[in-house]
Design a binder for this molecule. Structure first.
Ligand code: C5P
Length: 220
């Protein structure tokens, strides 16, 4: 079990997916669960601050994940929801519902079910602190907010989505603040996490470093 936590734009999702592929382990994108809950609540007309209503949506989430050829697919009732899930609005709505204790409790059991042999790489905010505190390797990725916004900007432009860098920077700052300041499972490194600053590191360099850590622990 390996946990990869940190704010968005640090490369943690890409790193977690690459590690899962390399090790032949399962993969959990826990952020996708929070995004889906917010999306489904919106579709069902449940207000994002209706804690009991959103928690009910979280309990009943008809989701399935698939990984193939380095691609991660999120299927909601069989439909691929990648496009709607990856928008900035979905990220912001996810961070709103993620601050509700009943929603986090509803998703806990579902996240634990991903833990299957031969192993799991879990990507999120509280994987090493709350959901899988006994992970054999805990990673916490950071990077300057400017670099994270620039990465996100490039990613969106690559998909033909035009947003201003200034607006993205503001969105990311606001989401970071909400994630760090919430009273339940705030975004924080576990005391035993290895902290990696990816501001000046490409994903391959980060992966290389982590493989060294895995070898030290006899995992790879
Ligand atoms: O990682 P991603 O950007 O998809 O996460 C969207 C939001 O979901 C985060 O900003 C955070 O508020 C929430 N989240 C969380 N705990 C996790 C994963 C995501 O609170 N383990």
């Amino acid at each position: 079990m390996i946990s990869v936590d940190g704010p968005s734009g640090t490369g943690k999702g890409t790193l977690a997916l690459r590690l899962a592929e390399r090790l032949g382990w399962h993969f959990l994108d826990s952020g996708a669960l929070y995004r889906l809950v917010a999306l489904c609540a919106g579709d069902a007309g449940v207000a994002l601050d209706d804690e009991a209503g959103v928690a009910r949506v979280a309990h009943e989430l008809p989701v399935r994940f698939e990984v193939s050829g380095g691609e991660f697919r999120t299927l909601l009732e069989g439909r691929d929801e990648a496009e709607r899930l990856r928008t900035e609005d979905a990220g912001t709505a996810a961070s709103v519902v993620a601050a509700l204790p009943a929603v986090r409790a509803a998703l806990l059991e579902r996240q634990h079910q991903f833990r299957q042999l031969p192993g799991l790489v879990a990507d999120g905010r509280d994987m090493g602190t709350v959901v899988f505190p006994d992970a054999v390797l805990k990673l916490f990725l950071t990077a300057s907010v400017e670099v994270r916004a620039a990465r996100r900007h490039k990613q969106l432009r690559g998909k033909g989505i035009d947003v201003s860098l200034a607006a993205l920077l503001e969105d990311i700052r606001r989401r970071d603040q909400r994630d760090r300041q919430r009273t339940i499972a705030p975004l924080l490194p576990a005391p035993d996490a290895a902290i990696l600053d990816t501001t000046d590191l490409g994903i391959s360099a980060v992966e290389h470093h982590v493989i060294g850590l895995l070898r030290e622990r006899g995992i790879a």
